[in-house]
Design a protein around this ligand. Structure first.
Ligand code: ATP
Length: 369
């Protein structure tokens, strides 16, 4: 196990495409870091540079304390797990898992013991003599994991390992990967475009966009304190509501005008008076998490932090109900509890008076002016 560090790492493909720009990340020994971002943001390229499958155009990658830029993939002591499991169809599960060890010419008894141990961890003990074609998708993915585990590498590098599984299995395997990584304590870099996977798996999550790192932080911090509009919109499902508004009033008593309505800023926002002052009279973006919108009947009528609108669409999602309503041009979504479900056409009052309303504060002054 080892620390993995990327310092000023960049990638320009031979055809001139720039995929990664000045990427700086230090993944601690034993840490689970998730690289997340939309398709084409450069996360796979970044992972492949660590793996040694892609040449590093700029900067330095270290594994342990060793600079690996010029070290071939097989000598980097990392194990990749891909979305296509890359199993050998003619080999049994046992031989698939032990394949890398056989190549290294380890004694047969040692290979056997390591494979048995990995199979135990992965719940594959009863399937060791089967061929991959006789396994389910989840079991195949486990075999691929087994192959990585027996190598006892310094780091696991995983590229969307769950994307070929159906939704239910994905959730199950996600929990299993988390457990295995925790038990083995192997430094892990995990690439996904799925923000739920990122939030549930990562000790920290690194969000990328167009080849550039946007923010790296523990999941909750990313959710509560997104560094910019992109992260705010990308993390969270349903997504954070982003409304165009104007900061009015004065520094002592700032307000936000949104969709012809005036919202009083909650207390936490006022703590950052200096930050707000610079934006008085200017346009800002207000970010409100759907779950921070509350039913007007449940909040203090005197509270000025209210958005009033009419529900246009109500979606029952089982445990939650999403209520969509329009505030000027923006579609706003609120997450309601079952009891508060209502028919489209009735009035909805959204309140900013919720635990995470500091988002409004942190967020609006920094954004578009
Ligand atoms: P996805 O989730 O779709 O796999 P990603 O975030 O992993 O996307 P990359 O695969 O790293 O993104 O690609 C980053 C950028 O580099 C994209 O614009 C892609 O088109 C480009 N790219 C990837 N491989 C090559 C290549 N071999 N030659 C030229 N451009 C490439």
């Amino acid at each position: 196990m080892a620390e993995v560090a990327l310092t000023g790492v960049g990638k320009v493909y031979p055809d001139g495409t720039r995929a990664v720009t000045d990427l700086n990340l230090a993944i601690a020994d034993g840490e689970f870091l998730v690289l997340v971002g939309p398709s084409g943001c450069g996360k796979t390229t970044a992972l492949r540079m660590v793996a040694g499958l892609e040449e590093i155009s700029e900067g330095e990658v270290t594994i342990g304390n060793r600079v690996v830029n010029r070290i071939p993939s097989r000598d980097r002591d990392v194990a990749m797990v891909f979305q296509s499991y890359a199993l050998y169809p003619h080999l049994s599960v046992r031989d698939n898992i032990g394949f890398g060890l056989s190549l290294r010419k380890l004694p047969k008894a040692e290979i056997r013991a390591k494979v048995d141990q990995a199979a135990e961890i992965l719940g594959l003990t009863d399937h060791l003599n089967r061929k991959p074609r006789n396994l389910s998708g989840g079991q195949r993915q486990r075999v691929a994991m087994g192959r990585a585990i027996v190598r006892e590498p310094q780091a696991f590098l995983m590229d969307e390992p769950l994307s070929n599984l159906d939704a239910k299995l994905r959730v199950q395997m996600r929990a299993e990967i988390a457990r295995i990584q925790r038990d083995l304590g192997v430094t892990t870099i995990y690439v996904t475009h799925d923000q739920t996977e990122a939030m549930t798996l990562g000790d920290r999550v690194a969000v990328m966009k167009k080849g550039e790192l946007q923010q790296v932080a523990p999941p909750q911090e990313l959710y509560d304190r997104p560094a910019n509009l992109f992260v705010a919109g990308f993390i969270g499902s349903p997504a954070m509501n982003l409304l165009q508004g104007t900061l009015t009033g004065d520094a002592a008593n700032p307000r936000i005008e949104v969709g012809g309505q005036t919202l009083t800023l909650p207390g936490e926002v006022l703590a950052d008076r200096e930050g707000l002052r610079a934006y008085l009279g200017k346009s800002v973006v207000v970010g409100i998490r759907p779950e921070d919108m509350e039913d007007a009947e449940l909040i203090d009528a005197a509270d000025g932090a209210r958005l009033t609108s009419t529900a246009e669409l109500v979606e029952a999602m089982g445990s939650d109900v999403l209520v969509h309503f329009a505030v000027e041009a923006a579609q706003v979504v609120t997450e309601d509890t079952k009891e508060l479900a209502r028919d489209a056409g009735t009035d909805v009052l959204g309140s900013l008076d919720a635990p995470r309303t500091d988002m409004v504060a942190r967020f609006s002054p920094r954004t578009r002016v």
